[in-house]
Design a protein around this ligand. Structure first.
Ligand code: SAH
Ligand code: AVI
Length: 321
C-alpha cells in the first residue's frame, strides 16, 4: 500500500513538474488552476463562495433548491458521479432529493485534491449513513476508471468548473464524461452566464482580498511541492473580463524584475509588470453551451436559469444519431 501511495505521489510530482515547465515557458506564462486546491487553497475557495460579490454559488444553490427534485425523479438516477466535487456543499441538495425519491444509493465525488476529497467523504458519511460514498481521487483532465456502480447515473459538473477550460479542453472534458455515459444516464452542468463587466469583475476582485490570497496560494503550492522560491509579496492579483473571449482572466503580476528558481526546472526571469495567467473562467449563453454539447455528442434537454439570469443549470443526455 505504501509503495502504491509513493508511486502515485511521484507520478503526481512528475505531472506537475511537466505542466509547470511547459506553462512557464510560454510567451504568456501560465499555470494550471488545478494547482490552486491544496488544503489552504480549498479553504480559500470555500471562503470565496461565501463572499457577497461571488454570486455564482448562491445562484446555483437557489437553482438546485428549485430543480433538484425534478432532476432526480425525472432521471431516476441511482448514482451521482460528481466531477470536481470540492466540499460538495451544494451537492447535498441533490443527495437529499435522491434520498427523498428513494432512488439513490451511491455518491461518487471525484476530485484532484486528496485532502478535500477525504474531508468531504468523511463529512458526508456521517451526514448520510444510508448512502454509499465512493470517493475517487483523480484528475478529470486525464483518463481514469470509475469503480463499478449502479445505473442510471447522474453525472454532474457544477460550480461553473467547466469555465476553467478553454473551448478545446472543455470539449475534451465533456467528451470524456460522455464516454462514461450509458444511454439512460444524464448529465447536469452548472454554468456562469454572460453579464455586465462590472458584476463579473467585482466577483473576482472582492474587497476583502480573499480572491487575491487564493490566487497567490498557487505560488505557495509550487514553493512547497517543487521547492520553488516565489516571493508571494512580489506578485499582485489581477482579474479582468475579456468581453470578446467572454472570460475572466486571473493573473499574478510581477511587482519587479526578478528571477524565480525551481530546482528541477531552472531559473525563470520575470520582468516588472509581466504576468503569469493562473486561471480563465469562461462565461456562457445557451448557444455557447449548445456548441459544446454538440461537439461532445450530448443533447441539451433542459435549460434552467435563476431569476436574475446569472447562472444556468443544464440537463443533457447522450445524443443518439
Ligand atoms: N464543485 C464545487 C467545487 C468547485 S472548486 C462547487 O461547485 O463549489 C473546483 C474543484 O474542482 C476543487 O475542489 C478542485 O480541487 C477540483 N478540480 C480542479 N481541477 C481538477 C481536475 N483537473 N481534476 C479533478 N478535480 C479538479
Ligand atoms: C472553481 N471555479 C469555477 C471558480 C471560478 O469562478 O472560476 C474558481 C475561482 N476563481 C476565482 N474565484 C473563484
Amino acid at each position: 500500500m505504501q509503495l502504491v501511495q509513493n508511486s502515485a505521489r511521484s507520478a503526481a510530482h512528475s505531472d506537475m513538474l511537466a505542466d509547470v515547465r511547459e506553462g512557464l515557458s510560454r510567451p504568456q506564462k501560465e499555470l494550471s488552476p488545478k494547482y490552486f486546491y491544496d488544503e489552504a487553497g480549498s479553504l480559500l475557495f470555500e471562503e470565496i463562495t461565501r463572499l457577497p460579490e461571488y454570486y455564482l454559488t448562491g445562484s446555483e444553490r437557489e437553482l438546485l433548491l428549485q430543480c433538484s427534485q425534478w432532476f432526480v425523479t425525472s432521471t431516476g438516477s441511482r448514482t451521482l458521479v460528481e466531477f470536481g466535487a470540492g466540499s460538495a456543499a451544494k451537492t447535498r441538495i441533490l443527495l437529499d432529493g435522491m434520498l427523498r425519491a428513494g432512488t439513490g444509493c451511491t455518491y461518487m465525488p471525484i476530485d484532484v485534491s486528496a485532502s478535500t476529497l477525504a474531508e468531504t467523504a468523511g463529512t458526508l458519511r456521517i451526514r448520510y449513513p444510508e448512502l454509499r460514498i465512493m470517493p475517487v481521487n483523480a484528475d478529470i483532465t486525464r483518463d481514469f476508471r470509475l469503480p463499478k456502480h449502479d445505473g442510471p447515473v447522474l453525472f454532474a459538473l457544477l460550480g461553473s468548473t467547466i469555465g476553467n477550460f478553454d473551448e478545446m479542453n472543455a470539449t475534451r472534458l465533456l467528451r470524456r464524461i460522455r464516454g462514461q455515459m450509458e444511454p439512460l444516464d444524464s448529465f447536469l452542468l452548472g454554468v456562469d452566464l454572460r453579464k455586465s463587466t462590472r458584476e463579473l469583475e467585482a466577483a473576482y476582485n472582492d474587497v476583502q482580498g480573499v480572491t487575491a490570497r487564493f490566487n497567490r496560494n498557487i505560488l505557495q503550492v509550487l514553493n512547497r511541492e517543487l521547492g520553488a522560491d516565489f516571493d508571494l509579496m512580489a506578485f499582485s492579483h489581477r482579474a479582468f473580463y475579456d468581453e470578446h473571449l467572454h472570460r475572466i482572466e486571473m493573473h499574478l503580476v510581477s511587482a519587479r524584475d526578478q528571477v524565480v528558481t525551481i530546482p528541477e526546472i531552472g531559473r525563470i526571469p520575470l520582468t516588472r509588470g509581466e504576468t503569469i495567467r493562473s486561471e480563465i473562467s469562461c462565461k456562457y449563453d445557451r448557444a455557447a453551451v449548445q456548441v459544446l454539447f454538440e461537439a461532445a455528442g450530448l443533447e441539451l434537454e433542459e435549460w434552467h436559469t435563476d431569476e436574475h439570469q446569472r447562472f444556468a443549470l443544464v440537463l443533457g443526455r447522450v445524443r443518439v444519431d
